[in-house]
Design a protein around this ligand. Structure first.
Ligand code: GDP
Ligand code: IMO
Ligand code: MG
Length: 425
């Protein structure tokens, strides 16, 4: 049985956690394939919220094996803290496995993320300051430490000494910060973290392929989203990994033919955290109302999210970049009180119409959205349990989005709870 991918189609926080949890009922393994604890995936079960950063969202089910794939960057302190917090809530975390090839986030990565952001001043990206960019940069520069290095103290120390020498020169000479101690770092990673992480380390490539061969069902959970993708997003206002569905292969070790369904997640409007272009962005009272109703604050960072109208130009591009087979639309209920809802169906700049994002970033910064206006439904959707119960205007809105993107919408979210979704028949 091949694998299903869950991928964000906007700028993150579309509800990947909720959808992964929902689909995981029918799965055997859930795999995170990129990103790190910059992600915040919130799941609400019986009114109780769980916010996950590194642990795959299927963890709440006892039948799921949660896998942290090779494409993820792992801060062991965060991973262990998250596992402890889940265990304290009664969640069985004994099945969590981590790829030995995943890279480690080290304290100097976090320090450099903070310092670089400060150095950039008004040009800062608004990163989560979790060390994600510097950790992936070291991976690409081939000076990263990997999870498997925790299992070999000699190698760990050798690699750390080499890389820390250079990091300390940057910290002290460029940023005038104190040097970090290799002794202390090695003690923390090898004595505190390694004994707890070691039992979780696995050859996840073999694990996943053996699971496929047994006919088990795999769900690949993306973090971040298509327009935060390092290659296809609004560079440089992106994250440092590849959230697009192709990243699910490199970040897990599955081959492209192992993927069957690619489910794109889209909010019924758009949000973005941090800097970068956002053609349909709203400001003023309407933005405040959407932020308030949608509780648009970062799941882990608490930052207020920017909000805007649904952007079908991005949707169409996400359909191409990810080979989307279907879309799950979330947070339709947040639009309940609006008289009218706008949808961006194209962009216009210097007399040219764009149905897909212009490749030149300078043009993207200048585009004016072309809107179609649809009537609102002014009705509370949170208690709706079947698609047919949705008011006509809500169903028309869903159909309009599916047509504008050219991909069927197969799940519609009407509230944060695990049961709050309906499926078009
Ligand atoms: P992720 O990063 O894509 O997993 O998304 P987040 O968890 O960061 O943010 C999505 C937020 O929307 C969370 O607080 C979810 O509980 C919430 N949510 C998900 N689906 C729905 C929905 O259909 N309606 C409402 N009102 N909230 C939802
Ligand atoms: P989930 O998985 C929304 C954004 C940051 C910043 C940019 C780069 O919950 O959807 P980074 O720390 O990755 O170097 O920051 O990416 N960003 C997210 N925005 N949701 C996320 O994750 C994000 N992860 C990173 O705000 O603009
Ligand atoms: Mg999130």
């Amino acid at each position: 049985m091949p694998a299903t991918v869950v991928v964000g189609t906007q700028w993150g926080d579309e509800g990947k956690g909720k959808l992964t949890d929902l689909l995981a009922r029918e799965m055997d393994l859930v795999v995170r394939y990129q990103g790190g604890h910059n992600a915040g995936h919130r799941i609400v079960v019986d009114g109780e919220a769980t916010a996950l950063q590194l642990v795959p969202s299927g963890v709440l089910y006892e039948h799921i094996t949660p896998v942290i794939g090779n494409g993820v960057v792992v801060d062991p302190a965060v991973l262990l803290g998250e596992l402890d917090a889940l265990a304290a809530k009664g969640v069985d975390v004994s099945r969590v496995v981590v790829s030995g090839n995943a890279h480690l986030i080290m304290p100097y990565h976090q320090e450099l993320d903070r310092l670089t952001e400060r150095f950039l001043g008004k040009n800062a990206l608004g990163t989560t300051k979790r060390g994600i960019g510097p950790a992936y940069a070291d991976k690409a520069s081939r000076v990263g430490l990997r999870v498997q290095d925790l299992l070999d103290p000699k190698i760990f120390r050798q690699k750390l000494d080499v890389v820390l020498h250079e990091k300390n020169l940057v910290l002290t000479k460029v940023y005038n910060r104190p040097a970090l101690s290799a002794e202390e770092l090695a003690a923390t990673y090898l004595e505190q973290y390694a004994p707890r992480v070691a039992p979780m380390v696995a050859d996840t490539v073999s694990l996943l392929h053996e699971a496929l061969a047994r006919g088990q069902r795999l769900l690949l959970e993306g973090a971040q989203a298509t327009f935060l993708d390092l290659d296809h997003g609004t560079y440089p206002f992106v994250t440092s990994s590849n959230p697009v569905a192709g990243g699910a292969c490199t970040g897990s070790g599955l081959g492209p033919r192992d993927l069957s369904a690619i489910v794109g997640i889209a909010k019924a409007y758009v949000t973005r955290v941090g800097a970068g272009p956002f053609p349909t962005e709203l400001e003023g009272d309407l933005a405040d109302r959407l932020v308030e109703r949608g509780q648009e604050f970062g799941t882990n960072t608490g930052r207020r999210r920017r909000v805007g109208w649904f952007d079908a130009v991005l949707g169409r591009q996400a359909a191409r970049l990810n080979s989307l087979t279907e879309i799950a639309l979330t947070k339709l209920d947040v639009l309940d009180e609006l008289d009218e809802i706008r949808v961006c169906v194209g962009y216009e700049a210097a007399g040219v119409r764009y149905d897909h994002p212009p490749y030149h970033q300078s043009v993207l910064h200048e585009v004016a959205p072309i809107y179609e206006t649809l009537p609102g439904w002014r009705q509370d959707l949170s208690g709706v349990t079947t698609y047919d119960e949705l008011p006509d205007a809500a169903r028309d809105y869903v159909r309009f989005l599916a047509d504008a993107i050219g991909v069927p919408i197969t799940v519609v979210g009407v509230g944060p709870g695990r049961e709050q979704f309906v499926r078009p028949s």
